[in-house]
Design a binder for this molecule. Structure first.
Ligand SMILES: [Zn+2]
Ligand SMILES: [Zn+2]
Length: 114
């Protein structure tokens, strides 16, 4: 689960409506969160799946985390994965890749001070 800035945002990003399984069909759904890119968007109810990216939370005013879209592509690239040819690995289909150390920059092993 991704931590969001406030309760209102968490509720919106986990939107669930019995009448509209797809939030894009639900007039009450306001926010679409793309976990794999960590991108927040305002849902535009024009019958399609358009969103407008937002940088600040409409409820608490906090700056939202930066989009990880570029890093996502870099991560795939570093694995030599072509998303169009090879498909997208499960870890990259949602926010999980952010928590795997698979693509984290090479870490220096902690110095042994003993
Ligand atoms: Zn908020
Ligand atoms: Zn609804």
């Amino acid at each position: 689960m991704t931590q969001h800035c406030c309760e209102a945002m968490t509720r919106q990003t986990n939107w669930h409506c019995d009448q509209h399984p797809d939030p894009f069909d639900c007039p009450d759904a306001l926010i679409h969160f793309t976990a794999k890119f960590q991108e927040y968007g305002l849902i535009i109810h024009d019958g399609g799946t358009s969103t407008i990216g937002i940088e600040f939370c409409p409820w608490c005013g906090q700056r939202l985390p930066e989009s990880q879209r570029d890093r996502w592509f870099e991560g795939l690239e570093s694995h030599e994965i072509d998303p169009w040819a090879d498909g997208i690995p499960v870890d990259f289909q949602d926010g999980r890749w952010l928590r795997t150390d698979a693509i984290a920059p090479t870490q220096t092993p902690p110095a042994n001070n003993f």
